[in-house]
Design a protein around this ligand. Structure first.
Ligand code: FPP
Length: 236
């Protein structure tokens, strides 16, 4: 097929369904998140195997702070455990780990653990794992708008010069290319405030599989679906 897309360079995933997966098994929700963290490891390996360069994961949204405190604490603990368990994997595969989101919201212990791994992997260029934490697309765009206003008010920026590029350069990780493919697990088909700006031309793939059950074959199926699409970017 002449139009077939190659492997997406950047895949972003809304990891949904941990809670329902646990409930269906009569387990506490946190067991679903634990299983979900194992899926992250599996999917990181699949991304490497299939040649995906950037993997962005929606791990905790700005809205998730309204969950019960015990679940939030459990997720933050799990995040620290995840970093410990996977740091060697980042080094072995020369993968850079980065965070995007409102960092100042995170508990100091989680922020410190993240900053250490970010610093230790900052020089790697084989791939990037981007964890969205306390992330919200509208929050990100509002912060970029504020940065533009501050620059304009300080006389560093002519308001007439504000264009898409000027705003995009003030998003959390401006050097990361937009996602080519956005995957959401567990049957919901919405964006839930994820990468609102960056998703402008992304392809979407929805699967009923709950995140804890998502495996290499499911990742492969998402890439295959992407490969069958014809991206036109508004052209013909
Ligand atoms: C959505 O499932 C998932 C989350 C809010 C958290 C995602 C976290 C993980 C996959 C584990 C930790 C990740 C890392 C990177 C360490 P849900 O709880 O909304 O599921 P539900 O809709 O079935 O209730």
């Amino acid at each position: 097929m002449p139009d077939a897309n190659p492997t997406p360079r950047h895949v972003a995933i809304i990891m949904d369904g941990n809670g329902r997966w646990a409930k269906a098994r009569g387990l506490p929700r946190l067991e679903g998140h634990k299983a979900g963290a194992e899926t992250v490891r599996r999917v990181m390996r699949a991304a490497k195997k299939f040649g995906v360069e950037y993997l962005t994961l929606y791990a905790f949204s700005v809205e998730n702070w309204s969950r019960p405190p015990a679940e939030i604490r459990g997720l933050m603990r799990l995040l620290r455990f995840f970093l410990k368990r996977n740091e060697k994997e980042f080094h072995d595969n020369k993968v850079r780990m980065r965070v995007m989101g409102r960092r100042s919201d995170l508990p100091a212990s989680a922020d410190k653990a993240l900053a250490e791994v970010e610093a230790a992997t900052a020089h790697y260029t084989e791939g990037q794992l981007i964890l969205c934490l306390s992330y919200g697309g509208r929050t990100e765009i509002a912060a970029a708008a504020r940065a533009l206003a501050e620059d304009a008010a300080a006389g560093r920026l002519d308001p007439a010069a504000i264009d898409e590029k000027a705003l995009a350069s003030r998003l959390y990780l401006p050097d990361v290319p937009d996602p080519d493919l956005i995957v959401r697990t567990s049957g919901e088909e919405r964006l839930s405030n994820f990468l609102l700006w960056q998703a402008a031309y992304a392809e979407f793939h929805f699967t009923p599989v709950a995140w804890p059950d998502f495996g290499e074959d499911d990742f492969r199926a998402a890439l295959d679906a992407y490969a069958r699409r014809h991206r036109r970017y508004g052209g013909l």
